[in-house]
Ligand binder design. Structure first.
Ligand code: CP3
Length: 348
């Protein structure tokens, strides 16, 4: 089957099985690259980097220039939406993000959706610049966090071991928490629509903390909001594929694929390839899921893992990726090795 598209990533997303899979890596731009560290040293903070289009565009392009991935992913962060909504956000070196925590309905009233999208205009300008600079075969991926994961950071005020506070709010006051989720659904649709209009070929939703919820809460706070975002994006941009990454969804991956209407499912490191092949790939392209530690270690472990993954998942529509982001201590040469391993066609 040929869909007549030039970009291998879009061909896989349309259901084509390719002898050489398209590939990119979550967190492919970042601290493991010396050219990133050099540029990062020139700006005061990470948010400034995300909101300065020439620099953010340059950082987006750095890994693609080095390794020739099938896609560039916009350089930004899932927390830029809460920042644009008016929540105070800082990133401290080595500590991760810190937000002024939101704990009740009153704090939601202070978030301003109308003001948020104009404040994200520099991110859309970055998309335009990257789009203009990419080779015709390279796709551009726009992204946002999923409402659940973004809400989790907003309520906890940063990362957390168990996301106790946000889970408590969702149980204690579901109507109040639903207002926050609804605001994030609307903001995310507008933000992604802006990225698509600016030149993103595909969008990905990152749901890094989808795995902390039991079945019913997963349905209400992960599946339903995602499904609403996907249907609104599809109504406005019927040709724009959507990838989603509900990290840690475990037994709920299958339901997530069935109910959300996504084109591709990002699988985390723990999802067995054989299960993904049988249960997920008949309904969506599969993206993943090399252990980022195997990439950092390299050598025989890396070669073997890549070979096995391609052998199983490469028989259906497949996008090679990691099961989570590139680790900062990953030697850049290992990504070079990976790019060569992936370029070899695999006999059917
Ligand atoms: O994938 C890419 O290359 C695109 C850029 C990108 C970043 N963050 C850059 C970044 C993307 C897609 C993200 C998504 C993101 N951000 C997620 C979802 C994916 C995941 O990792 O689970 C999450 C949870 C965040 C929130 C976030 N941003 C955290 C928890 C941290 C601190 C931890 C860390 O790795 O530093 C960040 C900071 C961040 N986002 C950095 C980068 C390159 C490091 C900041 C720096 O260079 O100073």
């Amino acid at each position: 089957m040929s869909t007549g598209r030039v970009k291998p990533l879009l061909r896989a997303l349309a259901g084509e099985v390719l002898a050489v899979p398209p590939w990119w890596l979550m967190r492919q731009a970042g601290r493991y690259l010396p050219e990133y560290r050099q540029l990062r040293g020139k700006v005061r903070d990470f948010i400034e980097l995300c909101l300065t289009p020439p620099l953010a565009a340059e950082v987006t392009l750095q890994p693609v220039r080095r390794y020739g991935m099938s896609a560039a992913i916009l350089f930004s962060d899932i927390l830029m939406l809460p920042h644009a909504l008016g929540q105070r956000l800082t990133f401290r070196e080595g500590e991760g993000p810190a937000l002024e925590a939101i704990e009740d309905r009153h704090a939601i009233a202070r978030l301003d959706l109308d003001r948020a999208i104009p404040r994200l205009e520099p991110v859309l300008e970055t998309v335009r610049r990257v789009n203009a600079a990419l080779a015709p075969q390279t796709a551009l991926i726009g992204f946002a966090g999923s409402p659940w994961t973004v809400a989790a950071y907003m309520v906890e005020g940063g990362g957390s071991k168990d996301f106790h506070r946000v889970r408590s709010w969702a149980y204690r006051d579901p109507a109040g928490f639903a207002a926050l989720i609804e605001l994030l659904v609307q903001g995310t649709v507008e933000y992604l629509a802006g990225q698509i209009r600016a030149g993103a070929d595909v969008v990905q939703l990152f749901d890094s903390w989808a795995g902390v919820l039991p079945e019913a809460a997963f349905g209400r706070w992960v599946v339903e909001p995602t499904q609403r975002i996907v249907s609104q994006i599809k109504r406005r941009f019927p040709d724009c594929p959507v990838i989603a990454f509900p990290r840690g969804a475990g037994f709920l991956y299958e339901r997530y694929v069935l109910k959300t209407g996504i084109d591709a499912i990002g699988i985390d490191t723990t999802v067995p390839a054989d299960y993904a092949r049988k249960a997920l790939q008949p309904r969506a392209a599969v993206q993943g899921n090399l252990d980022p530690v195997a990439l950092a270690v390299g050598g025989a472990a890396l070669e073997r893992a890549v070979r096995e993954m391609r052998h199983t998942l490469g028989r259906g529509p497949y996008i090679f990726n990691l099961g989570h982001g590139v680790l900062p201590h990953t030697p850049p040469e290992h990504v070079e090795v990976l790019s060569r391993l992936l370029a070899e066609p695999v006999a059917a």
